[in-house]
Design a protein around this ligand. Structure first.
Ligand code: ADP
Ligand code: MG
Length: 414
């Protein structure tokens, strides 16, 4: 209730130095502090971590955090420790297991980060039984759903683990889940139907636009000429990343660097750090870039090909304009992109195919629409937006109907 929230606000100031909560943080915290299991769907950057980190310091016992990526866990660990929170990770790359286990057993840990693979290990269940638990926090909870965009079979084992501790509340967190995926997460993690807290997804300062791709170097260089601030260009393959980065640097004279999983990790870290510090750099990247990066002043995100899904589109464009100042998201697409993506659907296993197809079709719908892009995007995430936002290409310059029909024809024939 209110008293729990007041205490949480005091803790927010003391530990993090923030003045107040943002968005739905108070709703989520009130539920968690009252011991109610919850699914919080909040956009990237909305501040999901605080909703388990604060209860972890306030409630007796340890909060067990399940997170899918070791790199992300270590980022979180550093940040938590910097804020004076007692935190540790138990992952395959940690060498301080003995110490972590001792601290956990002594009740000295606020947060214990683990990968989902731990859940199916009997020894881990025994360990959790050896000290009081405050909360189970399941980050990137869409991974539990085959309907979600990043299914991870190990997430299915979490239910069994958490059921062994029925008195411990559960908090599932995700940035991207449509209605179908949300219902699935609630079922799979044993969270009651009324435990859903859904944040607003609108990013009003981002101007959305979609253009047919003819000459991506010329088109993106033109965008860069209009936007002198930092930008991210997403390209579909490593080879295209390298190619575009080189050509854009030549064409514009701006600092441009590549980022993809094939680069040596030192180079990757270097390019990322340079981008975060820069006021005019453009990074050309595969989807490997962006998770866990907290750069508020990204002025544009361009796509030189289509993302995997409408969720991917929202997440990638959402890296623009975190500071609230005007920012742009411009996608340069080709009909062949959709044809290739549809072919790829045939290769994935059948259980996931329906979900992937629906997400790709939703993206095609967003490209095809002659109406407001934002309205289509927000409706996909379960919101009921006004019919026109005034800040997307279609609202600013309504397309002639013949153009829209032509676009649709190209997509459907693909
Ligand atoms: P998410 O996991 O939802 O993408 P994070 O938890 O990583 O977001 O938080 C994103 C950023 O917002 C972090 O830098 C965090 O410190 C900051 N933040 C979170 N809550 C608040 C708040 N109430 N006031 C100010 N900054 C906040
Ligand atoms: Mg997060």
């Amino acid at each position: 209730g209110e008293t729990g929230l007041e205490a949480a606000r005091a803790e927010l100031r003391r530990l993090f130095g923030f003045d107040d909560f943002r968005g739905v943080q108070p709703q989520v915290l009130a539920r968690v502090l009252a011991g109610q299991s919850t699914l919080a769907v909040m956009p990237t950057g909305a501040g999901k971590s605080l909703t388990y980190q604060l209860p972890a310091t306030m409630l007796p016992g340890t909060c067990v955090v399940v997170s899918p990526l070791i790199a992300l866990m270590h980022d979180q660990l550093r940040a938590a420790r910097a804020n004076g929170i007692e935190a540790a990770t138990l992952t395959s790359v940690d060498s301080d297991w003995r110490e972590t286990i001792d601290r956990f057993r002594a009740g000295a840990l606020d947060l214990l980060y683990v990968a989902p693979e731990r859940a199916s290990q009997p020894g881990f269940r025994d360990l959790l039984g050896s000290a009081p638990l405050a909360l189970f926090a399941v980050d990137e909870a869409h991974c539990v759903s085959e309907w979600g965009h990043d299914f991870r079979p190990d997430y299915r084992q979490l239910r069994g683990l958490m059921d062994a501790f029925p008195q411990v509340p559960r908090l599932a967190l995700t940035a991207t889940a449509d209605a179908h995926t949300r219902a699935d997460i609630l079922d799979q993690l044993g969270i009651p139907r009324d435990g859903l807290v859904l944040a607003g997804f609108d990013r009003p300062n981002i101007r959305y636009a979609m253009r047919h791709r003819d000459n991506p170097v010329r088109q993106i260089a033109a965008l860069m000429a209009e936007e002198p601030g930092p930008g991210i260009v997403y390209a579909p393959t490593r080879r295209k990343v390298e190619d575009l980065a080189g050509k854009l640097a030549l064409a514009t004279g701006r600092p441009v660097r590549p980022y993809h999983a094939g680069l040596e990790s030192g180079v990757r870290a270097d390019n990322q750090a340079a981008f975060v510090a820069s006021e005019d750099m453009v990074i050309v990247a595969t989807v490997a870039f962006g998770m866990g990066i907290d750069k508020p002043d990204v002025r544009f995100v361009a796509h030189a090909g289509i993302p995997k899904s409408i969720e991917g589109y929202y997440q990638e464009t959402g890296r623009a304009g975190r500071d609230g100042d005007p920012a742009r998201a411009v996608m340069f697409w080709g009909a062949g992109d959709f044809a290739t993506a549809r072919q790829r659907l045939a290769e994935i296993d059948e259980a996931r195919r329906a979900g992937e197809r629906a997400r790709l079709d939703a993206l095609a719908g967003l490209v095809e629409t002659a109406g407001c892009r934002r309205a289509v995007l927000l409706r996909h995430f379960g919101e009921d937006p006004p019919p026109a936002c005034g800040n997307c290409d279609n609202c600013l310059a309504p397309p002639r109907v013949t153009d829209a029909t032509e676009t649709a024809r190209k997509l459907l024939s693909a």
